[in-house]
Write a new protein. Structure first.
Length: 228
């Protein structure tokens, strides 16, 4: 960008803020390779750790992955070999991934279990506009859901599988770094639209419908997720 159009990366009122955001963000789609063995994207622990630092890419040891996830081997391998990106709004919980059917033992408030709890695994939490939500991959197909454990429990889709979840998290980290350098949140609404479209290109289920996770969390400017 600097070589061909040196004015664009700068926070310059004469340069369209939407264009300044689009130029570095859209190419993020080309970073991961195509997925294999049942996952949408081909991410590696080495690649993520080289960019983010090993402490921010959290792998889950085999002994901590419940046996129920054996029925979706691609998700099990990804959590064990690649890992999740530890960055807002997702907080991986590598030391206590649990079969959701056993969560009641750790829940003194007696919240209701989600539907089909026997095939769900808790791998961490995610912040959704002020609410703390359990992060649950489905052992049948690898889809990652969020589960509100509040007065009105709700199960909603977050990602097609752990690989697209990790890609979305990595994208958020990159965007926050771009904002520190290029002030791409000058057009926050435009950036939120781009950040909805980028993960949505590889993971449409995360952006469709009124309960879609990505548009809601990116559009929440007060939450400041995209600010560097």
């Amino acid at each position: 960008m600097r070589a061909y159009e040196p004015g664009i990366p700068a926070s310059d009122p004469d340069v369209c803020a939407f264009r300044r955001a689009a130029l570095p963000v859209w190419p993020l789609l080309h970073a991961p390779g195509p997925g294999r063995d049942g996952l949408r994207l081909g991410l590696t622990h080495t690649g993520l750790a080289a960019d983010l630092g090993r402490e921010r890419v959290v792998r889950i040891t085999t002994g901590n992955i419940p046996d129920v996830l054996d029925s979706h081997a691609p998700s099990r391998r990804f959590l064990r070999d690649v890992g999740l990106v530890d960055a807002p709004p997702v907080c991986p919980d590598p030391d206590r991934p649990l079969w959701v059917g056993a969560l009641d033992a750790f829940d003194p408030d007696g919240h209701r279990d989600p539907p089909n709890a026997a095939r769900l695994v808790r791998i961490g939490g995610v912040d959704v506009i002020g609410s703390r939500v359990d992060l649950l991959p489905d052992a049948d197909d690898g889809r990652v859901h969020g589960w509100y454990r509040d007065d009105e429990p709700e199960l909603f889709p977050i990602a097609a599988d752990p690989s697209t979840l990790a890609f979305a998290q990595w994208s958020i980290v990159r965007v926050r770094e771009y904002d520190r350098e290029f002030a791409i949140t000058d057009d926050y609404d435009g950036l939120a639209a781009i950040m909805t479209a980028v993960p949505g290109t590889v993971d449409p289920m995360a952006v469709r419908g009124p309960a879609a996770y990505r548009p809601n969390v990116f559009d929440d400017e007060a939450g400041g997720l995209l600010y560097g």
